[in-house]
Ligand binder design. Structure first.
Ligand code: MN
Length: 245
C-alpha cells in the first residue's frame, strides 16, 4: 500500500505539472485523486500553483473536505468541488477544476461545448452548464461552501464535464491519466471550436460519432501514449517532480 500511495502522489504531481504545461491550469485550478483503497478519502495539493506541485504537497482529505490530519498549511478554498463530487459519484477517481483560457469564451457566452474533432469527444455528450448565481445569488464566484459544491456535483450528474458560467470547468475521470487526457483534449477542442466559429459554420461530430469517439478516452493505448509524451515534455523542460525516494 505504501508503494501504491507513493505512486499515486507521484502521478498526481505529474498530472498537476502536465496540465500547467499544456495551458489548462495556471496559478489557479487543481487536480485531485480519490484514495486508491479508501473511497472516503481523497488527495489534493496544498494551496500551490500546479506547475510547482511535488508529491509531498498532497493533503489527505475526508469527503467533507476536511484534512485527515489537522494542519496550518494554506489549502485551496475550492476543495469542496472535489469532495462533493467524490461523494456523489462513486465511479469518479479523479477531478480537475480549471479556468482554461480556451473554455472562457464558452462559459462567458453560455455557448454549448460541441466536439469538433474526434478527440474533442472526450468531453462527453452535451456537457451541462452550472450557474452559481441561479441558486446562490451574488457570490465572489468561488465554490467554497459544501452546498455550492453539492449543487455543482448534482448538475454534473452522470456527465464527465460541467461548464461553470463566468468561471471555468470541472472535469472528472475514472483515473488520473484519464482526467488529464480529458482536460487537455477538451481544451484543444474548445480552441478549435471557437476558431472554427470565427472562420465559418461549425460542423460538429454527429451524436453517433461522438459516442464512438468518446471511447478513445478509455481502454485504448492513447492514454499511455499521451502520458509518456507529456512526461517527456516535462523532462525536456526540466519540470519533472522530485524523484521518488
Ligand atoms: Mn475556480
Amino acid at each position: 500500500m505504501a508503494d501504491a500511495l507513493a505512486d499515486l502522489r507521484y502521478d498526481l504531481a505529474l498530472a498537476n505539472r502536465m496540465l500547467a504545461d499544456k495551458g489548462v491550469l495556471d496559478a489557479f485550478g487543481h487536480v485531485s485523486a480519490r484514495h486508491p483503497s479508501d473511497p472516503q478519502r481523497y488527495f489534493l495539493s496544498r494551496s500551490r500553483a500546479p506547475e510547482l506541485v511535488e508529491p509531498e504537497d498532497f493533503i489527505e482529505y475526508t469527503l467533507d473536505s476536511t484534512p485527515v490530519q489537522a494542519t496550518d498549511i494554506p489549502q485551496y478554498s475550492e476543495r469542496v468541488i472535489h469532495g462533493e463530487i467524490y461523494k456523489a459519484r462513486p465511479d469518479v477517481m479523479a477531478v480537475c477544476h480549471h479556468h482554461s483560457p480556451a473554455f472562457m469564451p464558452l462559459v462567458i457566452t453560455g455557448i454549448d461545448y460541441v466536439p469538433v474533432f474526434h478527440l474533442g469527444a472526450v468531453g462527453g455528450v452535451h456537457p451541462p452548464f452550472w450557474d452559481q448565481r441561479a441558486e446562490f445569488g451574488d457570490t465572489n464566484l468561488l465554490v467554497v461552501k459544501p452546498e455550492e459544491g453539492a449543487s455543482l456535483a448534482k448538475r454534473l450528474g452522470q456527465h464527465w464535464m460541467v461548464l461553470m458560467n463566468r468561471h471555468g470547468v470541472t472535469a472528472v475521470g475514472t483515473g488520473v491519466r484519464e482526467v488529464v487526457f480529458r482536460c487537455v483534449f477538451s481544451h484543444l477542442n474548445a480552441q478549435y471550436q471557437i476558431a472554427a466559429a470565427a472562420a465559418g459554420a461549425v460542423g460538429p461530430l454527429s451524436a453517433g460519432e461522438a459516442k464512438l469517439a468518446f471511447n478513445l478516452a478509455t481502454g485504448t493505448t492513447g492514454l499511455s501514449r499521451s502520458w509518456e509524451l507529456w512526461t517527456r515534455h516535462l523532462d525536456k523542460a526540466g519540470s519533472l517532480p522530485k524523484p521518488r525516494g
